[in-house]
Design a binder for this molecule. Structure first.
Ligand code: DGP
Length: 117
């Protein structure tokens, strides 16, 4: 599995940098965002270093399905499965991607507008 020792999220996944980790499996880690935009704001990442969802390849298999299932389970654990939640990933500067390791924001616990500003 490819990792990047200079990548912040690879280092969180390796537990070299502390984070409030709420879930871990053989290929995923989920931890709370340090700059929460909602009462639930969890980041889900693959342990493998992937720059963004634009770099998902066939070899990643059911990685995205695993992330979707983990997000739904975390939403239930957070008590927001009925009130609603959002799963979003940013790609590139116009979308506001600031960490170049694939991550999904799980957001919930407040009313959210659409479309995003
Ligand atoms: P994005 O803008 O989509 O690349 O989101 C990156 C998110 O990562 C942003 O919401 C803040 C969060 N973040 C940045 N640095 C850290 C960190 O060191 N720890 C944690 N837990 N979250 C971080």
């Amino acid at each position: 599995m490819q990792t990047d020792s200079s990548c912040l999220f690879c280092r969180i996944a390796a537990r070299e940098i502390p984070a409030d980790i709420v879930r871990e499996s053989d290929r995923l880690v989920a931890f709370r965002d340090t700059n929460p935009q909602a009462s639930t704001h969890i980041l889900l990442i693959p342990k493998e270093h992937v720059r963004s969802i634009a770099d998902i390849e066939d070899r990643h298999g059911d990685l995205l399905a695993d992330i979707a299932q983990a997000a739904a389970q975390l939403a239930a654990a957070e008590g927001i499965e009925e009130s609603g939640w959002r799963l979003v990933t940013n790609v590139g500067p116009d979308a506001g991607q600031s960490v170049f390791h694939l991550h999904f924001h799980l957001l919930g616990g407040r009313q959210m507008g659409w479309p995003p500003g």
